[in-house]
Design a protein around this ligand. Structure first.
Ligand SMILES: [Zn+2]
Length: 115
């Protein structure tokens, strides 16, 4: 497949690389914005060991944090949920990494046809 009317030597190779990245994009599932944090916390109970012993802190607690219309929003998650969302956040990072590579190849193609 080519999307320029006149064949330009070398352009096919760029197109092959581009298609390879497109296939990689095809393998990516849900993409999610934000970050997952894991933390241990102190409670408010007087006399609880967590007040004095760092090893007795409660948790771990998992949170998904993101910006919604400029405001930071955090949602408490179960461990399994956190693990799933981490994968979707990683998917997004990978998705944009691939898009960026596709753009670079397209720029190479521009240089090739602008002679
Ligand atoms: Zn406590």
């Amino acid at each position: 497949m080519t999307d320029v009317s006149d064949p330009v030597p070398g352009l096919d190779e760029y197109l092959r690389q581009f298609e390879a990245y497109r296939n990689e994009l095809d393998q990516i599932g849900f993409i999610l914005t934000g970050s997952i944090t894991k933390r241990f916390m102190r409670c408010g109970t007087v006399g609880c060991r967590c007040q004095t012993d760092p090893k007795a802190l409660h948790g771990p607690y998992y949170e998904w944090t993101r910006k919604v219309r400029g405001k930071t929003v955090s949602v408490r998650l179960k461990k399994k949920e956190a693990e799933q969302l981490m994968k979707w956040i990683e998917n997004k990072r990978r998705f944009y990494e691939i898009i960026s590579k596709m753009e670079k190849i397209t720029l190479e193609a521009v240089n090739l046809i602008r002679v």
